[in-house]
Design a protein around this ligand. Structure first.
Ligand code: SAM
Length: 350
């Protein structure tokens, strides 16, 4: 508190602009790291506003680069900021920001895909899952090549309540290629409905905040960018192990444009395929001629629950791998010298 009784809010002192910093440290964007920078602080402020109330929050920023979003986070009244950056060239610029916000910034020079976040913040921040979200937030304008594997990895952490979610229902505000952002938030029946829609929405409330046109980035990427906010649900809509849900959802969306029985079938070895998939769909109350995009989360929940029962009855079922079976068949055909071309299933994989 100040003497006048107002809450003191931290503001960064005047600093060189991000553009100047890029010139100063010769930070040319590297294509192989999908580096596209945001220089407009009004836009970076908007991303940070969409993360929610950051007053006294502990924030982890992934891929800060030259630090545009980092500046907006530091001006949002946060308590502590952990930045994880892979590219050494950005470390001096981030160090400059750290000096301008004494005691607030921790810099990790490393790969976010390997970073263990369960001990990154003080343990007093931990909340139980049924509580409101903790004062821990993840924010990032990620490289597109990293953002999709990373969100799949983090969704598994949400399901297991570990990694960043050891603190409770940690919120994430992340950018994705616009098409991926649309898939993440697509509702039942929509054209963009995909594996990512079901996997993210059964575990989180997923909100498409706004779209940033490609021209706002330097250099301009070929695509626009969507800002997505995730809050883990107190009660996941499917109560089965992540790997089982992933297998069911992935199998069904393998044949995206076909009737769903086609994808359901690949959960079972050929010898029992017809019989078992009919049983699964009947018990799950799913019409075999529905398209994958027409299946609601409740349909997926029913399919996962019944598939789980079938796996409990037959302990070898879960480890059955359709791709592996195809590979073996192809191998034996090659060994026999058969010139027969690709099977019908294989066509569907392309
Ligand atoms: N956040 C900055 C901005 O909005 O201007 C930079 C965005 S740029 C698209 C992505 C940043 O992530 C780059 O600084 C890049 O070096 C960094 N990066 C790429 N892969 C990474 C990884 N695996 N772990 C941590 N940082 C990574």
């Amino acid at each position: 508190m100040t003497v006048s009784g107002k809450v003191a809010t931290f503001r960064l002192p005047p600093l060189p602009t991000i553009g100047d910093l890029i010139k100063l440290f010769n930070l040319r964007a590297q294509k192989q790291l999908s580096q596209n920078f945001l220089l407009d602080l009004k836009l970076t402020d908007k991303i940070v506003r969409n993360a929610g109330n950051l007053n006294n929050a502990y924030v982890c920023e992934v891929g800060p680069g030259p630090g545009g979003i980092t500046r907006s986070i530091l001006n949002a009244g946060i308590k502590e900021l952990l930045v994880i950056e892979k590219d050494t060239r950005f470390i001096p610029g981030l160090q400059m920001l750290s000096d301008a916000a004494p005691g607030k910034v921790k810099i990790i020079h490393g790969d976010v895909l390997n970073f263990k976040m369960e001990r990154a913040f003080p343990s007093h921040l931990r909340k139980t899952w049924d509580d409101g979200p903790p004062d821990v937030h993840i924010i990032g304008n990620l490289p597109f090549s990293v953002s999709t594997p990373l969100i799949i990895k983090w969704l598994e952490h949400v399901a297991n309540r570990d990694g960043p979610f050891a603190y409770g229902r940690t919120q994430m505000t992340l950018t994705f290629q616009k098409e991926v952002a649309e898939r993440l938030t697509a509702s039942t029946g929509s054209r963009q409905r995909s594996r990512l829609s079901v996997m993210s929405q059964y575990l989180c409330t997923v909100h498409n905040c706004f779209t940033i046109p490609g021209c706002a980035f330097i250099p301009k990427p070929k695509v626009d960018v969507g800002v997505i906010h995730f809050t883990p649900l107190i009660k996941p809509q499917i109560n089965q192990p992540f790997k089982l849900v992933e297998k069911v959802v992935q199998s069904i969306f393998q044949f995206k444009r076909k009737h769903c029985y086609r994808g359901v079938g690949v959960l079972f070895p050929e010898a029992q395929r017809l019989r078992s998939s009919e049983r699964l769909m009947m018990l799950a109350d799913v019409e075999p001629t529905m398209r994958p995009k027409e299946l609601s989360i409740t349909h997926f929940k029913n399919l996962c629950d019944v598939y789980r029962e079938m796996c409990d009855e037959d302990p070898n079922l879960f480890s059955y791998n359709f791709r592996e079976e195809l590979r073996q068949q192809r191998l034996s055909r090659t060994v026999k010298g058969s010139s027969s071309s690709r099977s019908e299933e294989e066509e569907d994989w392309t």
